[in-house]
Design a protein around this ligand. Sequence first.
Ligand SMILES: Cc1ncc(COP(=O)(O)O)c(C=O)c1O
Length: 283
Amino acid sequence: MRPIQMVDTRTQYEHIKKEVDAAIQDVLNSAAYINGKAVQDFAASLSQYLGVKHVIPCANGTDALQIAMMALGLQPGDEVITPSFTYIATTEVVALLKLTPVFVEVDPKTFCIDPEAIRKAITSKTKAIVPVHLYGHAAPMEEILAIAKEFNLYVIEDNAQAIGCDYTFSDGTVKKTGTMGTIGATSFYPSKNLGAYGDGGAIFTNNDALAKQLKMVANHGQQKRYYHEVVGCNSRLDTIQAAILNIKLGKLDAYNAARQSVADFYNKAFAGNAKIITPFVAA
Ligand SMILES: Cc1ncc(COP(=O)(O)O)c(C=O)c1O
């Protein structure tokens, strides 16, 4: 018997081996290991793919969320609304920055945050909402953005599990997840939709001033070398990972479609089994 892997990154690599090996070799030849050309190229390609003005690469998805909250100037005691069901990173960074996580329920069908529960959780201390796009479903952004506007709150989209996903507004406008809130954060962990061969992450925003702040926080709080304006961190996307991601970005839609067809296969195969509840699939 052969175990079935959740994501078969090895076979995926075999299909793109030539391109990937050559790209890694290019980075080694260039000796530009930190912030090399591939990092800027990848940021530019991803920004075009997503239709978002700024993509700031960083070291992983957890850092992306932390940098977002630091760049927004959230202060200890500020309340951040997060779903009660998500990966630990979403709330871990809230606690790390001494902000107060306020957990709200998710929709049991989609596992995404429930807008009505958000509304009930808002207090005078609430500063931000962190919707998480999970398991192939986009969080209900239209409702979330309306609540954020009404109460003047930031929206930080945790897009770690949803890169390449489209969200359609009621007027027919389509946007990529991660690009609708104040800031979007994503992860390039190897098993993610767009996975590196190591750690990686990125932050998205359409706001120029915020982009400057995000870049500064991710780079030791400096814009100019050795001039540290704020407390920041050291969070960089590795150049070799960027070179790999550049290749895989061109295949992201195909990878997402392949995941969907595998999910359809399992859903159909288990449909008649009374002991298994197959996941809800939004129309
Ligand atoms: C929803 C969610 N948010 C954040 C992260 C953190 O990403 P990383 O592992 O790159 O730090 C993950 C990764 O699994 C995730 O699934």
